[in-house]
Ligand binder design. Structure first.
Ligand code: ADP
Ligand code: MN
Length: 379
């Protein structure tokens, strides 16, 4: 089992890893607070539906203390997977050594750069790094154009030091976070002519103001897919944001520095394939509903033998589901939007919704609507 640096990480601390044959699992060093948030998310199904699927935790053990801050290229064996909790794939249990140097270095770099990891020195000098295993939301995209949109007006939690509160308070005030309730963190856009991604760093996002942030979104929606596809993408994000808003207005939690991860397909052919798959699915559902209605109408006329007919119905349903699912494989996606990064977020029953995040979603919605009217007109 190989750990790779996540190829399309756009924000946050360096060193997010992925693993699996299709890099389908994100492995991220995590604070106890984030683990707790995911563990408790089962009690909040409505919000959890917007989060990546949580697979469990993974402990990476580094054998050379001090290594992370120093010369990473001399990391010899790399970290080993010491313990794995709650993860479903049995082949993971056999994994012992991470055989890819890049993965080892990235993990070491992550540990060096963050205060995120609860590291614990043992007798032999080895250090355990607690990681969280999540669904990789960018799976299902050929050229994922990824945006990390940091939500909320307040970026620190109540436990932060006074120094950190002052620092992050100033960051919010000097960026779009305070006035708009969100900030573009990092993003990358596929350029089909150059066959490469154009990357925008967090410095770019921090430099945007209320007056220029629409240009930031124009830069994100700049994949050369043509106005029709782009309009579809923006409309889908507007639908997602509208649904998400309805959810968070009923949820009691405080999101501090959590992000909406938005992704759209940057390859035109793959994009169209994704749309075609969706249309086939919709057509199948419609056909099935129609068949069902016709059958009921026949049964109403015939009257008798209802039980037998119903049994047959159930069998038909099962057959249909099996054909459609194909071993849980992720098909081509068109867009996706999920809520990530809960290192400083907490469930707060009884305290009402997070007004800073509500504000952010509303302003993002207003800007997307504006973009749709001005840059991608309906007719
Ligand atoms: P940090 O605490 O360092 O900010 P994040 O959870 O925000 O960590 O992750 C950093 C980056 O890693 C994100 O901006 C995104 O690019 C990528 N990432 C994180 N989680 C996922 C995920 N589940 N699927 C795909 N990409 C992810
Ligand atoms: Mn983040």
């Amino acid at each position: 089992m190989i750990l790779n640096p996540l190829s399309n990480q756009v924000g946050g601390h360096d060193g997010v890893l992925s693993m699996g044959d299709d890099n389908e699992i994100i492995v991220k060093p995590a604070l106890p607070q984030e683990l707790k948030f995911y563990e408790e998310s089962v009690l909040h199904a409505e919000l959890a539906a917007w989060m990546p699927t949580y697979y469990g935790t993974l402990t990476l053990t580094r054998n050379q203390p001090g290594q992370a801050g120093g010369d990473q290229t001399s990391t010899s064996a790399g970290p080993t997977i010491k313990a794995l909790n709650g993860y479903a794939l049995s082949d993971m249990m056999a994994a012992s050594t991470l055989d890819q140097q890049d993965g080892a270095n990235a993990a070491a770099a992550a540990i060096a750069e963050t205060d995120v990891v609860a590291a614990e020195a043992e007798d032999n000098g080895a250090i355990d790094d607690e990681c969280i295993c999540l669904e990789n939301v960018s799976l299902g995209f050929k050229k994922p154009c990824v945006l990390d949109l940091k939500m909320g007006t307040q970026l620190f939690d109540d436990d932060a030091s006074e120094e950190k509160k002052a620092r992050l308070g100033a960051v919010a005030a000097n960026t779009t976070s305070l006035p708009l309730g969100f900030r573009m963190t990092g993003f990358e856009v596929y350029d089909s002519e150059k066959d490469s991604f154009t990357k925008y760093s967090k410095h770019y996002g921090k430099g945007l103001t209320e007056d220029t942030v629409l240009d930031g979104f124009r830069a994100y929606f700049a994949a050369k897919l043509g106005p029709e596809r782009m309009r579809l993408i923006i409309e889908r994000f507007i639908n997602d944001l509208t649904d998400f808003l309805a959810t968070i207005e009923t949820q009691e939690l405080r999101m501090r520095s959590s992000s909406l991860l938005m992704i759209y397909e940057g390859d035109a052919e793959a994009f169209d394939a994704g749309v075609a798959i969706e249309q086939e699915k919709i057509a199948a559902v419609v056909a099935r509903a129609q068949a069902h209605m016709e059958k009921s109408a026949r049964e109403d006329q015939e009257g008798d033998d209802e039980d037998e007919e119903n049994d047959e119905d159930d069998e038909d349903d099962e057959d249909y589901d099996e054909d459609d699912e194909e071993d849980g494989e992720v098909g081509q996606k068109v867009t996706d939007m999920r809520l990530i990064d809960f290192a400083h977020s907490t469930w707060t029953p009884g305290q009402g919704p997070d007004e800073g995040v509500v504000k952010g979603v509303k302003s993002a919605l207003a800007l997307f609507e504006k973009l749709l009217q001005e840059d991608y007109p309906i007719d």
